[in-house]
Design a protein around this ligand. Structure first.
Ligand code: 13P
Ligand code: SF4
Length: 325
């Protein structure tokens, strides 16, 4: 269902130079533009800061001069910005930019799960709503998840959600006793190990690098597993020449910029017969467009709002995460 605030891009004068207008408006409104690596290349290029979920949360928290934070990402990211920096006007170009993980673990279901496991420590992946964060003891991102799990007192069993794939990866890495919420990312769970094996055979010199939101059978094939920023860093610093990239396709734009001499092969790769031709593209992230960014800056909406009591409860587990990140 489209939200009531779906921007009307048909009202935009087609002769406008949108990039010049966005630039003018960002200065006029004292706005900072934060963008995730999964945004379209044009959006990545106009951002003041580009990053993974953790970098962007810190940028939002530390945005002192700006009056407006324009978040080019998905709803939970913009909500996190508002939780961490509530005096700013936080706008998201399209309020319908959700996340399959966030949708799969609403706060009332987490409350019921906690009630069955009263002794457990609750770590939730940042890909969840403010309401779900407010029910958690600690938040993590894919960049800091291992350190966060290792920081939980050794005598406490852990409830981890909403991503069962990241959770299973963390159990292997840390050896901790964790119960997993059965959520998954709609993009990363479509990657097929058979296609990756085929790609590896076609490109014997290539390394396969993957995001930990991928399923276990995919991660077993990976030469390196990491968050978006860690994948980017790996491609830049590693001595290899070819990489099969197991994450959302948007990041290839910045990888190419920072490592122009490397060959990057997206998963799935040029398989025109595949039913999931666009399945490495996140439909939520891709709801943001330059037209919607222009409207959001011009009208300062759609804005992120939440009750103050909820914001304060959601802030606690985020602050605990940031204290050790
Ligand atoms: P990171 O950029 O933090 O690795 O997260 C990936 C993701 O799926 C964001 O929704
Ligand atoms: Fe959510 Fe997956 Fe899209 Fe990230 S890529 S925003 S986890 S649906």
């Amino acid at each position: 269902m489209p939200s009531v605030e779906t921007p009307d891009v048909s009202s935009i004068d087609p002769t406008l130079d949108l990039f010049a207008e966005i630039d003018r408006l960002r200065k006029e409104k004292k706005a900072i533009i934060l963008a995730h690596y999964y945004q379209d290349p044009d959006i990545q290029d106009i951002a003041d800061h580009l990053g993974d979920s953790l970098d962007l949360a810190k940028r939002a928290r530390d945005a002192k001069e700006a009056e407006v934070i324009l978040f080019c990402g998905v709803h939970f990211m913009a909500e996190t910005a508002k939780i961490l920096n509530p005096s700013k006007t936080v706008i998201l170009p399209d309020l319908d930019a959700g996340c399959s993980l966030a949708e799969q673990c609403p706060p009332e279901q987490l409350r019921a799960w906690k009630a069955k496991h009263p002794d457990h420590f609750v770590v939730m992946y940042i890909n969840c709503s403010a309401g779900t964060k407010a029910e958690s003891d600690m938040i993590c991102t894919s960049s800091n998840a291992e350190a966060i799990i290792n920081s939980v007192p050794k005598d406490r069993p852990i409830l981890f959600g909403p991503d069962k794939n990241l959770g299973a990866f963390l159990i292997k890495k840390t050896g901790r006793d964790m119960d997993l919420w059965p959520g998954a990312c709609m993009v990363h769970e479509t990657f097929s190990s058979q296609k990756i094996i085929k790609l590896k055979a076609q490109h014997p010199g290539a390394q396969f690098i993957a995001h930990p939101e991928c399923e276990d059978h995919v991660l077993l094939l990976a030469d390196f597993v990491g968050s978006t920023s860690k994948l980017l860093q790996y491609v830049q610093e590693d001595a290899g020449k070819q990489y099969i990239v197991g994450t959302e396709t948007g990041i290839l734009h910045t990888m190419k910029k920072h490592a122009p001499d490397k060959e990057l092969i997206p998963v799935p790769y040029e398989d025109r017969s595949a039913a999931c031709q666009g399945c490495n593209s996140c439909p939520h992230m891709k709801l943001n467009t330059t037209e919607k960014i222009y409207l959001a800056l011009r009208d300062l909406k759609p804005q992120i709002h939440m009750p103050e009591e909820l914001r304060q409860r959601a802030r606690l587990p985020l602050d605990r995460m940031l204290a050790i990140s």
